[in-house]
Each structure stands twice: as structure tokens, then as C-alpha cells.
Design a protein around this ligand. Structure first.
Ligand code: NAP
Length: 433
């Protein structure tokens, strides 16, 4: 008998969990990687910035995991719509929720519902051609754009807004986004941090890249930088990142038409405008015990687009425990949600870390299964799922379907680009046959 495991979510967390299960049980495990899209790889495909193609090479590893005997991709199947967690627990010996955190954390300030205010899940999904967000109305007719947050997602969004069409056309940025960006009037990008340079969570590479853009100049206000001697307390990686910010201090627009303005010690308090975003109101802050405290001093940042890059939430699943305050499933340290039910990746620990952080996550879930005595119990596994889906008229796709979609995307690519992503699931299913 083989152990049957269902992993929901074919992104990095799902693949590393599958890899760990293969390492543990070899030929004695059957794994179904279930995804609501016919396309695998989750955030590698729809989150990693299009101009960071080298990061996407990790999909070769996931492909090898998926092609190992006994492992299947079951695409176009949505948990909660096509099958429930309870049903999966009846079919498989263990179920792992690796569904990520696809929802934007709300900003929660007056005016955040105005047209022109978007979350980074939507904006990143738009330029990356995610089917959920390909139709997002992105208005780049105003000279200003405000990006809230001091993490890598904020930098990704700023860079995409600031790059030239030539810099982006050889990436896999979605064609609809490239066309909109080509006509963009955005000239002043503002990155709003409620705390200071020492508290920013940008990484060195991401901060450094801003210094090498063809038409954009990053600008840091010298007064926002702490005394240089205080950098000594930072870890070496963070110190290098802050060095980049120091190199942007006191610079002027020069002859580059676009500026990327770091607005440290500013917290967003409102979005204002007549029927759409026209300005972001921010309050100057100071640090107290490491936290941002408002000073009452307000400024208006003119902008027609506000992108909140302030973190994500996992979507709740009816009938499954959910920690509202944390925005994810409540788990113990090993990723247990309940009997035979586990979580890995962002669905377990929130939206943090790098792609590689998901690997130990996956391995610890398999260790927890071992400790919990998960063994082959003769459950129906994939055959049972296939029968259930067939009875509901759900047309699941597999890895060979993905390969057809991938071939069509490669064939449709712009000159020099790796692929042109299909953004319509119905079209994907047509191509998959
Ligand atoms: P992040 O690094 O956690 O940054 C979120 C930012 O939002 C923080 O600066 C936070 O400020 C700020 N924030 C949160 N709530 C706020 C509020 N209500 N008002 C104003 N500011 C608020 O998250 P992320 O940038 O979304 O990235 C998610 C994960 O993906 C991270 O682990 C990131 O490194 C990773 N990622 C990596 C790459 C890459 O390596 N190239 C690219 C993209 C994403 P405080 O610090 O004050 O809370």
C-alpha cells in the first residue's frame, strides 16, 4: 500500500513539501498537487518580478519533482468550489494546505476604496498576467504614483513603473501591462515607509538595482538617514542595503525624467480625490521603541495611483480553522492545523522570507506527519479524487496540459522574451484540450 498525500497549491511551498515527501517515502507515496489554475508554480509565475527571470529558474527543480513517478499535477480544481477539505481528508492519508496568501491586507484609511487605490497582489498580478488580475484597470495618466510599504514588493512595483519599455520588453511582463506602461505619464514615484531606512526590509540587490535604471533616479532625503555610525549595529546584509540608500541621498532628478522618492517616516492617513485618487495624505512619524508614532504633521503627495505593498492574507476556507488576526491558518510550530491536516509556506507562517524559506517548511511538515504516525491506510487517493471530480463535471488538467500551455506561451512571446502568459483560464483549457 502507498501513502496518499494531497497538497493544495502548486507553488514553491507545495513543491518543496512534495519533494520532502518523495525523499521520505520514495516509491511508497502518491502525491497529488492540486491547484485552482491549470498552470503550476504559483508566485514564481505570478509574483516574482518579470525582470528577475533568473529567480524563475527554480521551476526546473519543481518540474523534476512533478515528473517523479507517483506525483501528479491536478490543475483547474479549486478547494472550496470543486472539492472540500473534509472530502480530501476522506480520500488521502494527509492533506497539506500550501495555498499561499493571495489576498491584499487592507490599508484601512479613509479613501482607500477610491479608484486608483490597489493592493500589491492585484498590481503585481496585473503586470504578471495572473488570470484574477489581468483585467485590473490601471490608470497611469497622473504624474505621481505612491507606493506604501518598505519591503521588496514595494521596490518591485517602483522598478516596474520606472523602467523603460526596452528594459521590460525582453521579460515575461504581460503584454497588456507593457502597453499601459508604454503610455504611462508617471514621473514621480514615491515609496512611503512608516519607519526609517534601518527598519526597511528591502534586500541589498533590490535596493541597489534602483541605482542602475535607464531613465529613473532614486532619491533619499539626507535628513532621513540615521548617523552613519549607527549602521555598525546592523547585520552585514542590511548594512549593505542601507549603503545603497546612502548613495541615493542628496541626489537630484538630473537629466533622468523619472524620480523614485523614498519617503521615510511617513504613515498614510487618507487618500483624497474627486471620484478617484488624486493625493495621498501622509503624517510624519518618529520612532518610539522601534515603532512609528504620528507627529500630527501632514503632507499631501499628489498621485493618481496608490499601491499598498503592506503584506498579504491567506484566504479562509469554510470549515477550516482560520486565525483572523494573523490572516492565515493557525498552526503549531510544525505546521499542524488538525488531525492529518497541515499547512506549509505563507499559509502557515505568513508572507515572509524568500522562496528558499519554503523548503525547510515542507520538510518539517513531513517530519510532523511521521511523528503523527501518518501511514498508508488504504484510502482511495487520486483515483477517488478523479471519480469525485468526474461526478461533478470538473475537468481537471495535468502536467501534460501545462506543457501544452507552456509551449503556446513560448510560441507567442515577444522577440527576446521568454513567454507571453495566457491570462484567460478558458483559453488555457482550450489549448490543454
Ligand atoms: P514586507 O517585507 O513584510 O514589507 C511590508 C511593508 O509594509 C513593511 O515596510 C511594513 O512596515 C509596511 N506596512 C505594513 N502595514 C502597514 C501599514 N498599515 N501602513 C504602512 N506601512 C505598512 O512584505 P512584502 O514587501 O509584501 O514582501 C513579502 C515577502 O516576499 C517578503 O518576505 C519579501 O522579502 C518577499 N519578496 C522578495 C522579493 C525578492 O527577494 N526580490 C520580491 C518580492 C517579495 P513595518 O516594517 O513598519 O511593519
Amino acid at each position: 500500500m502507498t501513502i496518499n498525500i494531497a497538497i493544495v497549491g502548486a507553488g514553491p511551498a507545495g513543491y518543496y513539501t512534495a519533494e520532502a515527501a518523495q525523499k521520505q517515502w520514495g516509491a511508497d507515496v502518491r502525491i497529488d498537487l492540486i491547484d485552482r489554475l491549470p498552470t503550476p508554480y504559483g508566485l514564481i509565475r505570478a509574483g516574482v518580478a518579470p525582470d528577475h527571470q533568473s529567480i524563475k529558474a527554480v521551476t526546473k527543480r519543481y518540474e523534476a519533482t512533478n515528473l517523479a513517478p507517483g506525483t501528479r499535477l491536478v490543475g483547474n480544481v479549486e478547494l472550496g468550489r470543486d472539492v472540500s477539505v473534509e472530502e480530501l481528508l476522506g480520500l488521502y492519508d494527509a492533506v497539506v494546505l500550501s495555498v499561499g496568501a493571495p489576498l491584499d491586507k487592507p490599508i484601512g484609511i479613509p479613501g482607500d476604496d477610491l479608484p486608483g487605490v490597489v493592493g500589491s497582489a492585484a498590481f503585481v498580478g496585473w503586470y504578471n498576467g495572473h488570470p484574477d488580475h489581468a483585467g485590473l484597470a490601471v490608470d497611469l495618466s497622473h504624474h505621481g504614483a505612491a507606493i506604501i510599504g518598505n519591503g521588496n514588493v514595494a521596490i518591485d512595483c517602483a522598478r516596474v513603473l520606472a523602467k523603460t519599455v526596452d528594459e521590460l520588453s525582453t521579460t515575461d511582463i504581460a503584454d497588456h501591462a507593457l502597453k499601459t506602461l508604454a503610455a504611462s505619464a508617471v514621473r514621480d514615484v514615491h515609496i512611503i515607509g512608516r519607519r526609517g531606512p534601518h527598519q526597511a526590509s528591502f534586500t541589498t540587490k533590490e535596493a541597489g538595482e534602483l541605482g542602475h535604471l535607464v531613465r529613473a533616479q532614486p532619491i533619499v532625503k539626507p535628513g532621513d538617514l540615521p548617523p552613519e555610525a549607527e549602521d555598525a549595529a546592523l547585520d552585514p546584509g542590511h548594512r549593505k542595503m542601507v549603503n545603497h540608500l546612502r548613495s541615493f541621498a542628496g541626489t537630484e532628478r538630473g537629466d533622468k525624467p523619472v524620480t523614485i522618492n523614498f519617503e521615510f517616516f511617513r504613515r498614510p492617513v487618507a487618500v483624497e480625490g474627486h471620484g478617484k485618487a488624486e493625493r495621498l495624505i501622509v503624517e510624519t512619524t518618529r520612532l518610539e521603541n522601534g515603532q512609528a508614532v504620528g507627529t500630527g504633521e501632514l503632507h499631501a503627495i499628489p498621485c493618481g495611483l496608490v499601491i499598498a505593498c503592506i503584506g498579504y492574507r491567506t484566504a479562509a476556507i469554510p470549515g477550516t480553522a482560520y486565525a483572523e488576526r494573523l490572516g492565515r491558518f493557525p498552526t503549531d510550530d510544525a505546521g499542524r492545523i488538525g488531525p492529518a491536516l497541515y499547512a506549509s509556506g505563507w499559509a502557515r507562517r505568513g508572507p515572509s522570507g524568500t522562496i528558499g524559506t519554503n523548503r525547510p517548511d515542507g520538510f518539517s511538515v513531513i517530519e510532523a506527519m511521521l511523528a503523527d504516525g501518518i501511514t498508508a491506510s488504504g484510502k482511495a487517493g487520486g483515483q477517488g479524487l478523479d471519480a469525485l471530480l468526474a461526478s461533478r463535471g470538473v475537468k481537471a488538467t495535468d502536467f501534460s496540459s501545462w506543457r501544452k500551455i507552456e509551449a503556446a506561451e513560448v510560441a507567442a512571446a515577444r522577440a527576446g522574451a521568454p513567454r507571453e502568459k495566457l491570462v484567460d483560464v478558458a483559453r488555457m483549457l482550450d489549448i490543454a484540450g
